[in-house]
Design a protein around this ligand. Structure first.
Ligand SMILES: Nc1nc2c(ncn2[C@@H]2O[C@H](COP(=O)(O)OP(=O)(O)OP(=O)(O)O)[C@@H](O)[C@H]2O)c(=O)[nH]1
Ligand SMILES: [Mg+2]
Length: 300
């Protein structure tokens, strides 16, 4: 019987909101697939980022941040999706920030530790650690928190040590054929990615409750010769949020549109025409049926 010489497997990136999971996924895959922002709970879906080399294929699973606040339908949805993404994988990378262990890291640790798969602890945001002398004592303290397979300090932002992390992960993947075609980088299609790039600009550009009151649906996604035509609706929860999002003379919406359009052009490698509408769907984020119709299903 032929011996399989390729390694391949699923690796979930888990951790509290804002730890840098999506930034790390993009860095490890070498493509911007997952949206990121300085706000907690940017990621709302499970998303695969696939890294294939000659001898290995690592299928990274990005997840919403795990948190203990289960108030509201959206919070419960986020925790359910993140929790389900821990099952049936070959390895879990638990992310924390180099600024140190926090109370918010306890719940993700509890959950990942009971999955029965190797857990690698990634200490992210290494670039923010002013005093490098603090790293070794921190690693020593963290090594007593759980039976980690390895502890690897990284910076998803600069890419520092991410090769070491990849090598640590590879050791835990089984020898088996690739799970996905070698040229596939995600399980998500262009429509989904387009809607996320719009949502990303709202998370980056607005304060307080507006990002959390926002969902995006794609109404049209057409390719013609040389261009992509995208029409999307930005849903908000209250009438009063509409003028905030649109801004004086439509300026703020225009900024969202032009930034999202540029990001789409980069990702899709084509000229993009983007049209945005803002509409109200009262209280959608606390309504299970509305969530499902906006694409927040329990995919796992
Ligand atoms: N300085 C620094 N910032 C980072 C690093 N990695 C991520 N960040 C920043 O941390 C913030 C959160 O990053 P995300 O990748 O969106 O975090 P996440 O864990 O996916 O967050 P959720 O999706 O909300 O759970 C963003 O502002 C990132 O730019 C890093 O290595 N260094
Ligand atoms: Mg994220």
């Amino acid at each position: 019987m032929a011996v399989t010489t390729t390694r391949s497997g699923l690796v979930t990136l888990a951790g509290r909101p804002n730890a840098g999971k999506s930034t790390l996924l993009n860095r490890l895959v070498g493509q911007k697939i997952s949206i990121t922002s300085s706000r907690a709970q940017t990621t709302r879906h499970r998303l695969l980022g696939i890294k294939t080399t000659e001898h290995a294929q690592i299928v990274y699973v990005d997840t919403p941040g795990l948190h203990t606040d289960n108030k509201g339908v959206m919070n419960r949805h986020l925790n359910r999706v993140a929790g389900a993404s821990l099952h049936g994988v070959d390895c879990i990378v638990l992310l924390i920030a180099a600024s140190g262990w926090t109370k918010a890291d306890e719940y993700p640790l509890q959950l990942v530790a009971k999955q029965g798969v190797p857990v690698i602890l990634a200490i992210n945001k290494l670039d923010q650690l002013k005093d490098r002398a603090k790293l070794l004592p921190l690693m020593e303290i963290l090594s007593h928190k759980s039976e980690f397979a390895e502890i690897v300090p990284v910076s998803a932002r600069t890419g520092a040590n991410t090769d070491d992390l990849e090598n640590a992960i590879l050791k835990h993947l089984p020898y088996q054929p690739f799970l996905y075609p070698a040229d596939q980088i995600s399980d998500r299609g262009e429509r989904f990615l387009a809607s996320e790039l719009i949502r990303e600009q709202i998370f980056r550009g607005f304060q307080q409750e507006v990002p959390y009151a926002t969902a995006v649906s794609i109404e049209q996604f057409r390719r013609t010769k040389g261009a992509l035509h995208v029409e999307a609706t930005i849903w908000v929860e209250k009438e009063g949020q509409k003028p905030i999002l649109i801004g004086k003379d439509g300026q703020r919406l225009k900024t969202v549109g032009s930034r999202a359009r540029l990001a789409m052009q980069k990702l899709f490698g084509a000229k993009v025409h983007l049209h945005l509408w803002v509409k109200v769907r009262e209280g959608w984020s606390d309504n299970a049926r509305a969530l499902r119709s906006l694409g927040y299903t329990d995919e796992a």
